[in-house]
Unconditional design. Structure first.
Length: 97
């Protein structure tokens, strides 16, 4: 489960998938069977990822790691969209990884 407040990511939707300006045509990496924590950490530590989407469908989980700007969300049950916080949103005392 997601932390109540994550300083590194902004939760855009608790019931929606992430959308980018390219209609999501290949501008992401997709991993199946990954835990939320592993998905979160992979998105956090790779500087080229702009955010991630985590979805659970039955016993399967999917982690989508986005490389382009996340502009909006599309309502889909079971999926959550997280956008990486900008340097200004992180504040002056925290540096973006």
């Amino acid at each position: 489960a997601a932390a109540a407040h994550d300083p590194f990511f902004q939760l855009l939707s608790t019931s929606g998938v992430c959308r980018t300006d390219d209609q999501n045509k290949g501008n992401f990496d997709e991993d199946w069977g990954m835990s939320y924590t592993a998905c979160h950490d992979k998105a956090l530590y790779a500087t080229y990822f702009t955010g991630f989407e985590y979805a659970v469908d039955g016993k399967k989980s999917r982690c989508k790691l986005f490389k382009g700007p996340i502009l909006s969300t599309l309502p889909v049950g079971g999926a959550s969209c997280y956008k990486k916080a900008s340097k200004t949103e992180l504040g002056p005392h925290k540096k973006r990884l």
